[in-house]
Design a protein around this ligand. Sequence first.
Ligand code: AMP
Length: 153
Amino acid sequence: MNAYKQILVAVDLTEDSYQVCCKAIEVAGENRTDIFIIHVVEFVYQVSVAYDPMFYPAFEDLAKNEEELIKLSEDKMHDLIAKLDKKENLQVKSDVISGIPKTEILRLSEEEQSDLIVCGSHGRSGFELLLGSTANAILHHAPCDVLAVRTKK
Ligand code: AMP
């Protein structure tokens, strides 16, 4: 089997993200490659404004909220990466972007020419399902292999 060369790791920054990253690091070690960890910040108004413009808040408030949320996510990402055991000179690249998680994860996987996407089986959505909705979308539409790390019993 060919080794993976570009591993993209999608994290929702819940506590399960550590488990997802540990598995990605294990696979990266076996394949002697590095990992790229991403988190997508999804703003609620991206959904709500489509339905009712009456609830669209002032632009300045939105921009401030966006900035704060991105900063908060960057801090969480920083803490997560600091906790990881980066053995054997593993390089960890990371990014926090905004948009719709499944769309951005799939877009980035193509842009980065990823040959493996590592995600959690469950995150904020879909505890009752076999897979969460983001994981499900990745699995169905990814242009490459997908490793869904089981994060909930
Ligand atoms: P879910 O489908 O929301 O239950 O989440 C399942 C998995 O999809 C998570 O464990 C993450 O690996 C990934 N994921 C969900 N939301 C995001 C997000 N906002 N950014 C990056 N990855 C995400």
